[in-house]
Structure formats: structure tokens, C-alpha cells
Design a protein around this ligand. Structure first.
Ligand SMILES: Cc1cc2nc3c(=O)[nH]c(=O)nc-3n(C[C@H](O)[C@H](O)[C@H](O)COP(=O)(O)OP(=O)(O)OC[C@H]3O[C@@H](n4cnc5c(N)ncnc54)[C@H](O)[C@@H]3O)c2cc1C
Length: 415
């Protein structure tokens, strides 16, 4: 069989791991110019690997298989060093948060760090190119997919027996063109997570950081919206993330280079109903409005007190941002975000403060916009010869889930 894999990210890695010993001729098309390109694969930051049945994606993946792939990534680093923790395995912590209305999420974490990931990716790639049936094509962006009865044509020229689309979120243009042609692939598209990145001194959350590394919480706020923490980075750094036409905030942590602050996202899940069907546009407009206020390629930064009072921040006090000054403007997030989202976030922080004093300190830092887009949920049942794996399928949101998803689709191809 001649197979094409579009994108070389986490899902493609899982797929190729299963397929590498097969007799199939597999062509991998990656839009980045080479394996060292900074745009290759979402696995470049921050390298926190989770084992959980409550987060990471909407498909069931056996925890043993998840752990197998955690070990796979760790074993591809030369140091084999990582940080680890367990979120809410401690019953006392679980109960304390539960009593105050929070839903603690249990999971195990293994943090490789942004600094090690490049090497891990390169080592995985070097292993793959030893297999003659795996043929890599870098600098090759796929823009067109045509499904015929028996075959799939890519970029109006090359024909394959089967194609795996594994383009992650950055491949949304390709996915959009495919679903425009084959709308029957869409099974769900109504959700977007909008919120902020919160930054505060390490000592306030030291106990949680030490105990769990990442504390994952959900909370049904008084507005009715579900709010959650996401991507906690002890001694980490806040960064901006550039999309084609807007910029958002994110965070990461390094294994060696540590800051004095912890950052994590606080996100509100918005699920809209018919006739609405454009969650990505909704999130993008709010991001663009924030950028309009902050200036090109910048995000808004505000103290928590001013965020609550809807007052523009002009000075900071004890907490200083890890995001470079050229990347933010001191402002008022309330000018860009809908009120219900702001109220949900404040409700979350105030209630968390009852358990973790200092979380609601007036000079803690709030950055916006932080947005998590959910891809349209796509069906793998419509075409046997065209399959989706990883984040572009709408079924995964993490390195491990995307990798295993690719692995499972490969099993399906081989049967
Ligand atoms: C800043 C950041 C930090 C993150 N941190 C973590 C973390 O710590 N832990 C975690 O579990 N998850 C994390 N994630 C999420 C994680 O990276 C993704 O869930 C995972 O990488 C998804 O894997 P994937 O294979 O679906 O897509 P990706 O890994 O994104 O790979 C897709 C590949 O397809 C290529 N591509 C796109 N379009 C085309 C095209 N048209 N033609 C050819 N190639 C194309 C891209 O260049 C890319 O290399 C993070 C994401 C981001 C953005």
C-alpha cells in the first residue's frame, strides 16, 4: 500500500512508530523546511506529558498505553531527566478542593521541558529515517485533498491508497478546505475556551507545585460557565503565541532555566448552540480586539485588582512579568472580553483564594487573551481511505493523546 501522512507532529509519530516495520511505502509531508524548523510540530513546547483518563482528549485510551508513550518520549532524550508529579492523588487535597465546589482532575505528569524537546524530536526523526519505507518530504505544504472511490489525490497530483491527515491545529486551513468539500465529516463544532494567563510569585502556590507540579481544577462558576485551570508552569515563563492574524498568550517552563513566578491559564468554556457554528471566528474576533487595544503582536497585561475593578493598570507593584516588556501593554482586559467571561474568572479566583491564600492578591498579574480553540470534531467513519488523527481530528488536545491516536489509526490501517 502507498500511504501519505500529512504533518509530522505527535500523531504522525505514533502512526509511524506502529508502521515503521511494515512493508507499506509511507510518504510524510511536512510544511516546515526541516526537522530543526521552529514551526515543526506542536510538541516543541512545553513537553509536559500527561497520563490521565480525564483530560487530553475525548477518546478512551488505556492508561498503560499512555504511559508507554510517555516512556517513549523520555527515552528519546539523552539525559532521561524529567520532573514529575501527580495531580490530586492525595486524598486530603482532593477533599479540600471538592468541599469548596471544585472538581479536581487526577492525572500523572512528566515534564521534559521546552529545552529538551528539540533534541527528542530530532532523535525520533533520526530513528525513523533508518527505515527505508518511510520517505520524508519537508517544505511541502498540502493544500488539496480529493477522495475518489479507491484512492486519495493530494495537491491535485499525487495518488495514494490511504491518507492520514495529522496537521494539528496549525493545519486548520487544510482541514477547512477538506470539510468545505466534504461537510459530512463534521460531527460537532460549537466550543471555544476563552480566558487569561495568571502569573504570581512561586511561594503562593509552592505547596501545590511541590505536591503535584500541575494542579488541574474545574469549577462551575456562578455564571453557569465551566472554568478550568490549564497548563501550570512552576518557575515558568509567559510567552506570546502568534497566529496568522492575531496573537495570544501562553506559558511554558524549562527544565534548567527557572523564574521566580508560576503561571497558569484560567479558561472559560463557551458552548454555543444553533445557528452558531463558528467557534474559531468567535475566539479570533476577541483576540483581535485585544490586539487592537494592545498593539500589533502584543497582549494586554493588568493587575488582578484592576481586572476586577475594570480600571486600566498603569503601574505594577510586587509581581513582575516574565513576558518581555516589548510583548505587552498595561491596559484593561474588560474592554475586550464579554462580561460573563470576566465574572466567571473572578468567581473562580476568589473561591480558589479560600483554599490557597494569596491567589487573589491585588498585584498578581492577568494577561489576555488566552484562547484554546477546539477543532471541528471529524468522523473517521465517512471515508475508509482518508483518516484524521491528533488535534486536527477534534478528538485530542495533548501530546500523548495525539500520539496514541496516530498509533491506533495505524492499527486500523494494518487490519
Ligand atoms: C505552545 C504550546 C504548548 C503546548 N504544550 C503542551 C504540553 O506541555 N503538553 C501536551 O500534552 N500538549 C501540549 N500542547 C499541545 C500539543 O502540542 C498538541 O496537542 C499535539 O502536538 C498535537 O499533535 P498533532 O500531531 O495533532 O499536531 P502537531 O504536533 O501540531 O503536528 C502537526 C504538524 O503538521 C504540520 N502541518 C500543518 N499543516 C500542514 C500542511 N498543510 N501540510 C503539511 N504539514 C502541515 C505542522 O507543521 C506540524 O509539524 C502544546 C501546544 C502549544 C501550541
Amino acid at each position: 500500500m502507498k500511504i501519505a501522512v500529512i504533518g509530522f507532529g505527535a500523531a504522525a509519530i505514533g502512526f509511524l512508530e506502529k508502521m515503521k516495520h511494515s512493508k507499506h511505502e509511507i510518504h510524510i509531508f511536512e510544511k516546515s523546511k526541516d526537522i530543526f524548523s521552529s514551526s515543526i510540530s506542536g510538541i516543541r513546547a512545553d513537553g509536559k506529558l500527561f497520563v490521565s483518563s480525564e483530560m487530553g482528549g475525548d477518546i478512551y485510551i488505556d492508561r498503560k498505553l499512555q504511559k508507554q508513550f510517555v516512556d517513549y518520549y523520555i527515552n528519546h532524550s539523552s539525559s532521561k531527566n524529567y520532573e514529575s508529579g501527580k495531580s490530586f492523588s492525595n486524598e486530603k487535597h482532593y477533599n479540600t478542593f471538592y468541599e469548596k465546589g471544585f472538581l479536581p482532575i487526577t492525572s500523572d505528569f512528566y515534564h521534559l521541558g521546552t529545552d529538551q524537546l528539540k533534541e527528542v524530536l530530532n532523535n525520533i526523526f533520526q530513528g525513523f529515517i533508518n527505515h527505508k519505507n518511510l520517505i520524508f518530504h519537508f517544505n511541502k505544504r498540502i493544500t488539496e485533498i480529493e477522495v475518489t472511490n479507491k484512492q486519495v489525490i493530494i495537491n491535485n497530483s499525487e495518488t495514494y491508497d490511504k491518507v492520514l491527515i495529522a496537521v494539528g491545529r496549525s493545519g486548520h486551513k487544510l482541514v477547512k478546505s477538506v470539510i468545505q468539500k466534504y461537510p459530512e465529516l463534521i460531527t460537532d463544532n460549537t466550543q471555544v475556551d476563552l480566558g487569561i494567563r495568571y502569573e504570581l510569585p512561586n511561594h503562593i502556590v509552592q505547596e501545590l507545585n511541590d505536591e503535584m507540579y500541575e494542579f488541574k481544577l474545574k469549577y462551575k462558576s456562578k455564571t453557569g460557565y465551566m472554568v478550568r485551570t490549564f497548563c501550570n508552569n512552576p518557575s515558568g515563563y509567559v510567552v506570546t503565541e502568534n497566529y496568522d492574524d492575531f496573537c495570544t498568550v501562553n506559558g511554558h517552563a524549562k527544565l534548567n532555566d527557572k523564574s521566580k513566578n508560576t503561571n497558569f491559564a484560567i479558561l472559560t468554556t463557551i458552548k454555543l448552540t444553533q445557528p452558531f457554528n463558528e467557534p474559531i471566528s468567535y475566539g479570533s474576533y476577541i483576540a483581535k480586539l485585544s490586539n487592537l487595544l494592545a498593539g500589533k503582536d502584543k497582549v494586554i497585561l493588568q493587575t488582578y485588582d484592576h481586572f476586577k475593578k475594570s480600571k486600566r493598570t498603569k503601574n505594577l507593584y510586587r509581581v513582575f512579568p516574565t513576558l518581555p516588556e516589548t510583548k505587552y501593554i498595561l491596559g484593561d482586559i474588560n474592554l475586550a472580553f464579554p462580561r460573563r467571561i470576566i465574572e466567571s474568572i473572578i468567581d473562580f479566583i476568589e473561591n480558589l483564594n479560600l483554599i490557597v491564600p494569596g491567589i487573589a492578591n491585588p498585584d498578581n498579574l492577568v494577561y489576555a487573551p488566552e484562547i484554546k480553540f477546539y477543532s471541528n470534531k471529524l468522523s473517521n467513519e465517512v471515508f475508509e481511505n482518508l483518516q484524521f488523527a491528533g488535534d486536527c481530528s477534534g478528538s485530542t488536545r495533548s501530546i500523548i493523546y495525539a500520539t496514541v491516536h496516530g498509533y491506533l489509526v495505524a492499527e486500523k490501517f494494518m487490519n
